[in-house]
Design a protein around this ligand. Structure first.
Ligand code: ZN
Length: 569
């Protein structure tokens, strides 16, 4: 039935034999003829949904919506396309999207940015250097050592760009490479010692290789903050960059994001963006450096901002999986003497911070990747549960990458949730360093679901792109696009399980399961309309499915019109 014919029939019904129904106030929006996956176990499928004042008021058959049709109702015929709850990316790091070659832009050295080989990497560096006066700082991010023949050295960078300080951060964010000019500007000399939790890698002669691991990156903070290039981005440029960033999220079907580790300054930025109409909800996890600020400010009126939630503190208690710094019980497969780096935070300090946050009524989300790191976090969580018990603390481990049966069992016993990586498609080859015997316990999504451990979907953007359907494909296939290998086939999720992680799973991690995450009467009308059901296409084609529209509170903030994106914000 066409929309026109349906509308005619609906008017007849409303004006005729269903007079009582006509007294119901009409819907603002009806989406009909959809294949709806509600993610609500009580009624998993439907054809149509009705929305009023931003909330879902009815879910059912197309025919059942007739009584809710009114003169001002917008009716969308979904033509059999798939409607889902809006996606929630529960752990990422939004950043302003600014042209990489502009003075304020940072070079995108990820595969998606075009750096798929050392030649690409070098060409991009040269291009940027040619646009900036000598001495201006060049910053890049996202390089993949597996794509560009290993981690570059200081000497290699010097050969390409001798006249500008250069800092290029690895895709993990946990290590970087810098050239001699950057080392000089940072004031690093032969006598500089490694900071706790970090390393300035040295060669056999004791010289710096230029590779900078974990907390040693902070030695370059001054270079990044005060370098001669215009590092202080004007507020208007920054805000426009964030708007661009969030528009891209809308085009991937994202309606809520968890920002994992922010400052009060970034919270204030979100408050400004929300006042300017930012439609995506922000679940802000404050860095533990700002624990006291969060405890003192979270209840103040000026922070009761619709769309901004601040109830969580983010702690770093571990290193990186893809950056090969995670602390393990056993050696890395490619170096029998290497067990990873000792994290900066001491177990006793970690325990104190968790206890303090829990006593203050906050949720704790702690970053840990290696099995030894994860055990320390679980120990801190167990002590907090004993000393300051709370009925529903929903403690989180961010990533929880390398696990074992005891870790899974203890996480379940403590009702700890995981926010696991979903990036094998992009970074699978980086897992080779851990050895095949570990693959079935890395990102252990199947083990977690079998044990009843809650998991939330996330990209850890910019570590992997926030393209949700690409993340879903990665969770379903666990196949690396670069080398075609599958890493831990036993831990594959079905498409529906992966979709559940990115909807109800993430909502649960954020204490928002009554508010969003499923298409259920009373919840926020956040939806994503897909051209196909991810469960109905070949797993390797999931990322190719078009996102046709993204609705927030019943408004289409993004639509694909004649193949082109159209934004209402
Ligand atoms: Zn992260």
């Amino acid at each position: 039935m066409t929309v026109k014919a349906w509308l005619a029939a609906a008017m007849l019904v409303a004006g005729g034999e269903m007079g009582a129904a006509a007294q119901l106030s009409p819907a603002d929006l009806l989406i009909i003829n959809a294949r709806i996956k509600t993610m609500d176990a009580a009624a998993p499928t439907a054809e149509a949904v009705a929305v009023r004042a931003g909330r879902i008021i009815a879910v059912g058959s197309t025919a059942s919506m007739a009584a809710l049709q009114g003169p001002a109702t917008r009716t969308v015929d979904a033509n059999g396309h798939t409607l889902l709850p809006g996606f929630i990316d529960s752990h990422m790091h939004p950043r302003p999207a600014i042209d990489e070659m502009s003075p304020y832009g940072t070079l995108n050295m990820a595969a998606e940015g075009g750096a798929r080989s050392r030649a690409d990497f070098t060409a991009k560096l040269k291009a940027k250097a040619s646009r900036l006066p000598a001495g201006s700082l060049i910053i890049g991010h996202g390089y993949g050592d597996d794509l560009i023949d290993g981690h570059p050295t200081r000497a290699e960078l010097d050969a390409v760009v001798p006249d500008h300080p250069v800092i290029i951060v690895h895709s993990s964010g946990h290590r970087m490479v810098a050239n001699s000019a950057a080392f000089a500007e940072a004031g690093i000399s032969a006598t500089t010692r490694d900071p706790v939790g970090g390393q300035l890698e040295r060669d056999a002669q004791g010289g710096f290789t230029g590779r900078v691991l974990e907390t040693a990156q902070s030695l370059f903070a001054g270079v990044r903050g005060t370098g001669p290039s215009p590092r202080a981005i004007p507020a208007a440029v920054e805000e426009a960059g964030f708007m661009q960033e969030f528009r891209s999220f809308l085009s991937y079907g994202i309606t809520g994001v968890g920002d994992a580790g922010i400052s009060p300054g970034k919270a204030a930025l979100y408050r400004r963006l929300l006042a300017q109409g930012l439609p995506v909800s922000i679940f802000a996890m404050l860095s533990v450096d700002h624990l006291d600020w969060l405890l003192a400010n979270r209840d103040k009126p000026e922070w009761q901002v619709p769309g901004l939630t601040m109830r969580t503190v983010k702690i770093y208690a571990g290193n990186s999986l893809s950056g090969h710094t995670a602390l393990l019980y056993g050696p890395y497969a490619d170096d029998p003497r290497y067990f990873g780096l000792e994290p900066k935070i001491q177990p006793a300090v970690l325990q104190g911070l968790v206890r303090k946050a829990q006593a203050g009524g906050l949720q704790v989300a702690t970053h840990a990747n290696g099995d030894k790191e994860i055990d320390r976090v679980l120990e801190a969580y167990a002590l907090a549960a004993r000393d300051v018990p709370r009925p529903d603390a929903r403690l989180r481990i961010e990533h929880a990458s390398i696990t074992n049966p005891a870790i899974i069992a203890r996480a379940k016993a403590l009702n700890v949730c995981f926010a696991p990586h979903s990036y094998i498609l992009n970074h699978g080859a980086k897992l080779d360093a851990y050895g095949t015997q570990r693959f079935d316990w890395i990102e252990p999504n199947r083990h977690a679901l079998d044990a009843g451990v809650c998991i939330g979907g996330n990209s850890d953007h910019p570590v992997s792109p926030p393209v949700v359907l690409e993340r879903i494909q990665s969770l379903v296939t666990r196949k690396a696009s670069g080398n075609g290998r599958v890493y831990g086939a036993s831990q594959r999720l079905t498409a529906d399980e992966a979709l559940r992680a990115f909807t109800m799973g993430s909502a649960y991690l954020q204490f928002e399961e009554a508010e969003r995450g499923s298409i259920t009467i009373g919840k926020r009308a956040d939806f994503v309309l897909l051209a196909a059901d991810p469960a109905a296409v070949s797993p390797e084609d999931i990322s190719q499915i078009s996102v046709l529209a993204t609705y927030l509170a019943g408004k289409a903030m993004y639509e694909l019109v004649d193949g082109k994106p159209r934004f209402a914000w």
